[in-house]
Design a protein around this ligand. Structure first.
Ligand SMILES: [Fe+2]
Length: 299
């Protein structure tokens, strides 16, 4: 019995060490093709980043983000939870570096506004985090974060629509502020997505089904979100345990349809980071995604 207990303790310590030291810094680039452009259109590359939860000590994460410029994306989409510390904005903008010179759009997640607090991980299992999110004034420098990205030319899509022409492709855009803490104001962006655009893209932090359904009904072709961290601590061969939102486990990360049997595409990023108070990932590597939009089949 003593031997079994010792073996269990050693295995647990090894798993925790792996999750905290190895996997949390083992960044993955996911690649997907999404056939949403008109027949004959040239491909358009979107770099989707999310949930970096950056703190000034995360040098490896910063240098990996910087290296993503080598992918030569046509558009960068940031779906929020970028910072986790009052001093992080400068570090984040520096890590984005040359990516800021490219077309970009962003929305906020709750963690861009509210500094993280210590949590008991079991609370995630018991109830979504919005149930216990503090309702006081934002205490992170979200205006500085917004101003830095806007100054670089990125579009603020928090409860706003936008339009970009990239490499000859007309892109209609809309986004909402974080639905997880009910900062979304869909009435600000409601209405049919521009049918004359080549592609219609909707952006949000938390992939709450009520918002995904609204964007889909308004004709958006591709929905981009983060927030779930893919479950962050997953079980091998089983996958995500919790999504921390209304989305089901099966679509907690990666490229799927929305509705699950519908026409629109939904990409949920498992994110680049973790809360500094839960610095571990297991069977769910931190990631960025390169989505190559391609032409639909004619007919
Ligand atoms: Fe997050």
């Amino acid at each position: 019995m003593g031997t079994l207990l010792r073996a269990t303790a050693v295995a647990s310590a090894a798993a925790i060490g792996y999750a905290v030291v190895v996997e949390r810094n083992w960044f993955a680039l996911r690649r997907y093709e999404v056939p949403v452009l008109p027949p004959g259109a040239q491909p358009l590359r979107i770099l989707h980043i999310s949930d970096s939860h950056l703190t000034p000590d995360r040098k490896r994460l910063m240098s990996w983000i910087k290296s993503l410029d080598d992918l030569d994306p046509d558009l960068v989409v940031n779906t929020g939870d970028a910072i986790a510390h009052p001093q992080s904005v400068g570090y984040l903008l520096d890590a984005l570096g040359p990516l800021l010179d490219r077309p970009g759009v962003f929305v906020f997640g709750a963690n861009d506004l509210y500094a993280p607090t210590p949590v008991n991980p079991l609370r995630y299992a018991l109830a979504p985090s919005n149930r216990w999110h503090r309702r006081n004034e934002p205490n992170l420098p979200w205006e500085k974060l917004r101003d830095g990205m806007v100054a670089a030319g990125w579009l603020d899509l928090n409860n706003q629509r936008g339009k970009l022409t990239i490499a000859g492709v007309d892109v209609a855009l809309a986004g909402v502020d974080d639905p997880h803490i009910r900062r979304d104001r869909y009435d600000h962006v409601a209405g049919l997505a521009d049918p004359g655009a080549d592609v219609r893209i909707a952006v949000m932090h938390s992939p709450e089904p009520r918002v995904l359904d609204l964007f889909t009904a308004d004709g958006y072709d591709l929905l981009l979100a983060g927030h779930t961290h893919g479950g962050q601590l997953c079980l091998p061969w089983y996958g995500t345990l919790v999504t921390n939102c209304g989305l089901e486990r099966r679509r907690a990360r990666g490229l799927h349809r929305h509705p699950a049997d519908g026409q629109a595409w939904l990409h949920v990023s498992a994110g680049l980071g973790t809360s500094p108070f839960a610095p571990a990932r297991f069977a769910c590597r931190p990631e960025a995604s390169l989505l190559t939009l391609t032409a639909r089949d004619p007919g």
